[in-house]
Design a protein around this ligand. Structure first.
Ligand code: ADP
Ligand code: MG
Length: 257
């Protein structure tokens, strides 16, 4: 049974998609069977692993709204161990359309239950808001991975998502846990970056992951080539840091069983 991890933060541009794509790919390189689920209407996770949005006949939208069988929608990628459940822009309308659907918060959970046996990990890339799509993701997941950019308002942003996680834990998903807080776009030469990092470790010693993702231009170039970093530039600091993150996650397989 797959471990389902949703990558969420209501703020845009903090490294959610970059993390979902490159952590998925790094685990796939380590021969873990991974499904990357794109829950953002922008579809950036899909294009990050080489999917062409314009050529898609079906997407997660069809599974959410029209009950299309998810296995039919799953796509292969360049990495044999990495599959994709793609999104298209019509997903933006799904939020409104779901409102009238029964059990609207649990649609994704049901979809993923039909796929979970085929994978070791399922990563869900969330949109930059705490809307019904993100609520579906948090309801379907075992844990939440929170990418956090080391900037001035990081702490405020974090308390908002922790509140949402708390609400979900009280109702829709009692066993939801926090996989970790991931410091992204870290710049060791920048005082603010270092301060925010230290503050996070002081306030959230258990939650803050050991691995830190540095600001690395190769990570921002890779999506335009439709490749995760390990296929674009395996020697880059971006690639090694996401490999380190994969190792940190894999190390939990043993300790958590
Ligand atoms: P989100 O999904 O949270 O909106 P993205 O992962 O799309 O954020 O990242 C926002 C932008 O920052 C993208 O252009 C991405 O390529 C770039 N980016 C993300 N992480 C890094 C990093 N560690 N170093 C450099 N650029 C990064
Ligand atoms: Mg994104």
């Amino acid at each position: 049974m797959a471990k389902i991890i949703c990558v969420a933060n209501q703020k845009g541009g903090v490294g959610k998609t970059t993390t979902a794509v490159n952590l998925s790919a790094s685990l796939a390189v380590a021969e873990r069977r991974v499904l990357l689920v794109d829950m953002d209407p922008q579809g950036n996770a899909g294009s990050g692993v080489g999917a062409d949005k314009d050529l898609l006949e079906e997407s997660i939208y069809d599974a959410l709204i029209d009950d299309a069988p998810a296995a039919r929608i799953v796509l292969k990628t360049e990495l044999p161990y990495l599959h994709l459940l793609p999104a298209t822009s019509d997903l933006a309308g799904a939020e409104l359309e779901l409102v009238s659907v029964t059990d609207r918060e649990r649609k994704l959970k049901k979809i993923l239950a039909s796929l979970a046996d085929s994978y070791d990990y399922i990563f869900i890339d969330c949109p930059p808001s705490l809307n019904l799509l993100t609520i579906n993701a948090m309801t379907a997941a075992h844990s939440v991975l929170i990418p956090l950019q080391c900037e001035f308002y990081a702490m405020e942003g974090l308390s908002q998502i922790l509140k949402t996680i708390n609400l979900i834990q009280q109702g829709l998903n009692k066993s939801l846990s926090i996989e970790g807080i991931l410091l992204t776009m870290f710049d060791a030469r920048n005082n603010l970056s270092r301060q925010v990092g230290e503050e996070m470790r002081a306030h959230f010693p258990k939650e803050t992951l050991q691995t830190v993702i540095p600001r690395n231009v190769r990570l921002s170039e890779a999506p335009s080539h439709g490749k995760p970093i390990c296929l674009y530039d395996i020697t880059s600091r971006g690639a090694t840091s996401y490999m380190d993150l994969a190792k940190e996650i894999i190390a939990r397989e043993v300790s958590h069983g």
